[in-house]
Design a protein around this ligand. Structure first.
Ligand SMILES: [Zn+2]
Length: 295
């Protein structure tokens, strides 16, 4: 990676990034975090495991436009938001024989039609999780409400969660997730940079609470919104991170927002990241397959 291609702000971020871009080995993790249970996926024939996921966010601009231009009845009829971006992601992943988890919000009953339609375009290969609102990180009652609502709207059991803005407050969030009955969560990660929060690149169960945490490693909007990187430099940073991760194994979790699927240059970064992982012999894994590992 040529450091001269980055401006001074980005270099300052990158210096920080270097500290958190190489994960601990699983043996070190067990010593550093003795109260967590780390899951050692049996991946002898590959260097890295990859988990693909997508959060559905709604930009304030789009939300305001819809709010100003459509009546409640019309919003309900059109499902409020388009599913085209999700379909684009699904089509790309099918091209490579891959599958992913889509985390959808369900703020209130107006999302009934949207989540119902979303469920219809996700065939059995794709998994549906809840993209919970931020207050759920410390409000178990709210999290229970959103879980019940998305399950009612879709007719599916939803047992995985990622909280919007990656709000994760160790004990409080884990307690909320457990009370709401979630088995899996993938909120634990940085949103202002990419890398391994706490040096953790392995799936773990915090404090024996029976909620499996799949740490989040790379979020798309971090690259261009917070680090302000070009698509070319974003890809370089991702590749550098994947190279470092392969040294100690574990899982790379990608979060590519559906909102960005319509921007071709950013969507190309997603495609090229998938191709890079394939060249690195990554094994792509879904939450259902993690269930199989757990027996
Ligand atoms: Zn979000």
């Amino acid at each position: 990676m040529n450091i001269n291609e980055f401006n001074s702000y980005q270099i300052a971020q990158l210096d920080y990034w270097k500290e958190i871009s190489t994960p601990y080995s699983i043996d070190t993790l067990k010593r550093v975090y003795p109260y967590h249970k780390f899951l050692d996926l049996d991946v002898k024939d590959c260097n890295i495991v990859a988990f693909l996921s997508h959060d559905i966010d709604f930009s304030p601009e789009r939300h305001l436009f819809v709010k100003a231009n459509f009546t409640d009845r019309a919003k309900e009829h059109i499902g409020i938001y388009s599913l085209d971006d999700i379909q684009k992601i699904i089509d790309l992943e099918k091209e490579y024989g891959l599958k992913s988890t889509i985390f959808s919000p369900v703020f209130n009953s107006k999302f009934t039609r949207f989540t119902s339609n979303l469920s219809k375009i996700l065939d059995s290969r794709f998994e549906l999780g809840l993209h919970a609102s931020p207050r759920c990180s410390s409000d178990a009652e709210r999290l229970i409400y959103e879980k019940k609502l998305i399950e009612k709207n879709t007719g599916r059991d939803v047992d995985s969660c990622r909280i919007h803005r990656l709000e994760y407050h160790y004990q409080k969030t884990i307690d909320s997730l457990k009370k709401a009955g979630f088995l899996y969560d993938s909120t634990f990660g940085y949103n202002n940079t990419i890398g391994f929060r706490g040096g953790i690149s392995h799936i773990f169960m915090p404090y024996k609470k029976n909620v499996i945490e799949i740490p989040l490693t790379i979020m798309d909007m971090t690259l261009w919104k917070y680090l302000r990187l070009s698509p070319t430099n974003s890809l370089k940073l991702i590749q550098e991170l994947i190279n470092r991760a392969t040294q100690n194994g574990g899982i790379i979790t990608l979060n590519w927002h559906s909102d960005y699927a319509s921007y071709d240059e950013f969507f190309t970064v997603f495609r090229k990241t998938i191709e890079f992982l394939i060249r690195k012999d990554a094994r792509f894994i879904t939450i259902n397959q993690i269930k199989e590992f757990l027996g």
